[in-house]
Each structure stands twice: as structure tokens, then as C-alpha cells.
Design a protein around this ligand. Structure first.
Ligand SMILES: Nc1ncnc2c1ncn2[C@@H]1O[C@H](COP(=O)(O)OP(=O)(O)OP(=O)(O)O)[C@@H](O)[C@H]1O
Length: 443
């Protein structure tokens, strides 16, 4: 009896120790225990899971069988043949699952006639079969694909925005894979940030401001909400426009700056400002636009020419800005084609896409439409209770579910004030002083 009690006590103590380990240090628990058990289970059950998810193919195989082929009328059992050619369900070849921070990933070899979309369709079924939070599919080689499985949602709470030391490369949140979500303007120069009200657009802009404020860049705000969003950050903005006429003036200035930089690059024989020697290189400019639709909305026909002018200027900045260090980050609740051809053309220039929760399917289609349709479905499925969650497409051509780090207005304002001394004056950007070579030849 005491023996039994001892055993029970031992089992209970081990279990509570395991539970405590899992709660206190989930990462080491996952690598040491969770992942090996999961990998064994996944490999052992792969045939059944693939069959259940419709990912197998029938193939003719020689199969060893002891099933009687014929019962003769004499009652003698005859085994007609032991090796038979029969049709069997073949599963896709699976490599060993490898652990990731929030789950695991595995490479599969596609069976004949299969494409990655077949697996994207089955992703939800696979996730349920493995008891996982989500399964994502990517393919970097024909005939092979990779399943990224997340066991728990890494986007539940994110509130420690890390520092972004690299120029124009800002970590704004985390991807569902657990990797950081980075907005790198030098790789993807222009971004569309769409989402319904209270979906987290401004929070993302705050994260960008906090990341960019300590860097040697000029920030420009177009705040079509009458200035309520960006005015608190005015100390770190080189220019701020809060009405359409101000926006038109600021866009003219930007076009002027772009023309000057074109001349500078042409004279120095450079294709873009990054090929110029550092002492000649002009300051990069990040343009933040809030409520993009307001730039295109027409109250009456008298505004038509104004809108056409603004729209063309913004499009020119988007088309040519990259080479001359001018980058766009455009936020809006609605970015539909009903706003006119200017928006559609601008969208084509913005290869960075962020789609938060949206109310109308058209904005999701407009923001993500030319990506995988599964991205669209995921954007529509973002719940209202998780502001900051978005579908993101960027540098690697893939789409991800991501969430921005929570950055309050107070934090962004504090950051703007702390680094106010780094704000380049707008006049200096419009009329740059000619810079002399600090180390002339022969000196
Ligand atoms: N990543 C996040 N984590 C936690 N809370 C967030 C996150 N992003 C936004 N929120 C919260 O969600 C609410 C709405 O966010 P935000 O103001 O950024 O939305 P919005 O899309 O800009 O709304 P609007 O268009 O009305 O200005 C805020 O209270 C904010 O604190």
C-alpha cells in the first residue's frame, strides 16, 4: 500500500515539475521534450494524416499478401499468390521535422500532379490533425514544399519594441513564425497600410516613428485627419501637412527635392543616392501619409483638378522616390478602386503591403489582391479583439500573419521629443548647401 502511495507521490511530483517547467520556461521545455515527442508523433501518424487530408495518391505496388485467393469447391484453401500488384495510398515523402521557436517545420516532396496550393487548401485540416495553432505553406523549389507549423500563437502579446540600429530598417512587430517583423525601406521603399478603424494602423505608424526617430532621416507627415494623428510628433517632423492645400504644397516641395537629387546623382555619375559618397549623400526622407482616401475624395467638381494634381504628384514621388531616398508609408481605412485610377496606380508602386482587419472586402482585395488568395481569407478572418494583427507582404514575396508591438501615443511622443534635435530643417532639405569633399585629392 505504502509502495503504491510512494509511486503515486512520485508520479504527481514529476507531473507538477513538468507543468512548472513548461510554465516557467516554455522554450527549453519545447526543445527538450515537446519537440522530440511531437516529431515522433508526426512521423508515426503521417500516413493517416495525409490520407485524412486528401494528400495521398493511389499507386500500383507489389504487396505481400496472405489473403486466400480462392477457396476450391473441395474446401481446400489455396493461396493463389503471395505477391500481388494492388493499388495503395502513397503519402508524400516527409523529411525529419525540425524545431522552430514556436513550433516546427518540415520539408515534403510533392507527389505527381500536386502543387503547393493543394497543401494551402489542406492547411487548416493539417493544423487540426496535429493540434497546432496554424500551418503555413511555402515552396522555394519546384517539387518541394515546406510546412511551417506554429503550436501556439506567438502574437498574443507584444509590448517590448526592440531598438532598430540599422538605417531605415525598423523592427515593428513579430511574424507568426516568431521572427521579427521588419520594415526595411531600402529593400521595399513604399508601403500601403490598410485597416478599419481601431484595427491598429496608427499603432504601426507609432512603432515606425519610434524606430526612425533616433536615425539620421527626415520624417514628413501628411495627416488628413486635420493633424490629430501626427501633430504630437511635430518636433521630430521636418514638415507636416494637415489639409489638402498644404499637402499639394508639400508634394511640390518633394518633387523639387527629387529633381535636385536627380541632378546631383547625374553629375556624380550615380544611379541612386546610395551610390554617392557619404559626404554628398542627401538625407533620406520617410513620408508618412494618414487617411490616404482623403487625398482622393471629391466633394464637388471644382476639386477635380486639385485632386488630379495631388494624385499625380504622389504617384511621381512613388515612381521615382526610391532611387532618390524618398520613401512612402500610406495608411488608410479604405483603399478601393472607387477612389479613382490614381489610387490603383499608387498601389502598383507600393510593394510593401500591410492589411489589418478590414470592413470591406474590396480594401483587402486592393491591398493584398495580387497575392495568394489565402492571404485574403486570413485578412478577413482577423478578429476585432486583436488590434495590431495584420497580413503582411514584403521583402521575400511571401505573406505572413504578423502583429505590431504595442506603442502608445505617449511613447511615440516621448521618442519624438527626445530626438527632436535630429530633425533636419525643411528649408535645408529644399535648398541643400553644396557640400565640399572633406578630403580633396592631393590634400
Ligand atoms: N499591436 C497592438 N497590441 C495591442 N493593442 C493594440 C495594438 N495595436 C493597436 N492596439 C490598440 O488598438 C486600439 C486601436 O489602435 P489604433 O488607434 O492604432 O487603430 P487605428 O486603425 O489607427 O484606428 P483609427 O483609424 O480609428 O485611428 C488602440 O487602443 C491601441 O492601443
Amino acid at each position: 500500500m505504502t509502495d503504491h502511495l510512494d509511486w503515486l507521490a512520485l508520479v504527481a511530483a514529476s507531473l507538477s515539475w513538468l507543468v512548472a517547467w513548461r510554465l516557467c520556461h516554455p522554450r527549453s521545455f519545447w526543445y527538450a521534450l515537446g519537440y522530440p515527442l511531437t516529431a515522433l508523433r508526426v512521423r508515426a501518424t503521417w500516413r493517416k494524416v495525409a490520407l485524412g487530408c486528401g494528400l495521398t495518391k493511389k499507386r500500383q505496388r507489389f504487396w505481400f499478401t496472405t489473403v486466400p485467393g480462392l477457396i476450391a469447391s473441395t474446401g481446400v484453401v489455396q493461396v493463389k499468390r503471395r505477391w500481388q500488384r494492388i493499388s495503395v495510398d502513397t503519402k508524400p515523402w516527409m523529411w525529419l521535422p525540425l524545431p522552430t521557436r514556436h513550433g516546427w517545420r518540415v520539408t515534403l516532396h510533392l507527389l505527381e500532379g500536386q502543387i503547393p496550393a493543394d497543401y494551402s487548401e489542406a492547411a487548416e485540416r493539417l493544423a487540426h490533425s496535429w493540434g497546432a495553432h496554424a500551418v503555413r505553406v511555402s515552396s522555394d523549389k519546384p517539387g518541394r514544399l515546406r510546412l511551417h507549423v506554429t503550436m501556439r500563437d506567438p502574437l498574443v502579446k507584444l509590448d517590448n519594441l526592440p531598438a532598430s540600429p540599422d538605417l531605415l530598417k525598423i523592427t515593428v512587430g513579430a511574424l507568426e513564425t516568431g521572427r521579427p517583423w521588419v520594415i526595411d525601406f531600402r529593400t521595399v521603399p513604399h508601403w500601403l497600410n490598410a485597416g478599419a478603424t481601431q484595427s491598429g494602423k496608427s499603432n504601426l505608424a507609432n512603432a515606425l516613428i519610434v524606430g526612425l526617430a533616433p536615425q539620421p532621416v527626415a520624417l514628413v507627415g501628411f495627416d488628413l485627419k486635420g493633424g490629430v494623428e501626427f501633430t504630437p510628433y511635430k518636433s521630430r517632423l521636418s514638415a507636416l501637412a494637415t489639409s489638402r492645400p498644404e499637402c499639394t504644397g508639400l508634394l511640390d516641395d518633394l518633387l523639387g527635392i527629387m529633381t535636385d537629387r536627380m541632378d546631383l546623382c547625374r553629375m556624380a555619375g550615380a544611379r541612386n543616392i546610395w551610390q554617392l559618397p557619404p559626404y554628398m549623400r542627401p538625407t533620406p526622407i520617410v513620408v508618412l501619409v494618414d487617411e490616404l482616401a482623403e487625398l482622393y475624395l471629391m466633394a464637388d467638381k471644382s476639386e477635380k483638378d486639385d485632386i488630379a494634381k495631388t494624385s499625380t504628384a504622389l504617384l511621381r514621388v512613388a515612381q521615382l522616390g526610391r532611387a532618390f531616398g524618398i520613401y512612402l508609408f500610406c495608411c488608410g481605412q479604405r483603399i478601393g478602386s472607387d477612389l479613382g485610377p490614381g489610387v490603383t496606380a499608387l498601389r502598383a508602386q507600393c510593394s510593401g503591403r500591410v492589411c489589418h482587419r478590414v470592413n470591406d472586402p474590396e480594401t483587402a482585395t486592393m491591398t493584398l489582391g495580387d497575392l495568394d488568395p489565402a492571404a485574403l481569407d486570413s485578412a478577413r478572418a482577423i478578429p476585432a479583439e486583436t488590434p495590431g494583427v495584420a497580413i503582411v507582404a514584403g521583402q521575400d514575396g511571401q505573406w505572413y500573419r504578423a502583429r505590431s508591438h504595442y506603442v502608445s501615443e505617449a511613447t511615440a511622443e516621448h521618442s519624438a521629443q527626445t530626438f527632436a534635435h535630429l530633425t533636419p530643417a525643411w528649408e535645408d532639405l529644399i535648398n541643400p548647401n553644396p557640400v565640399a569633399d572633406p578630403a580633396p585629392k592631393g590634400a
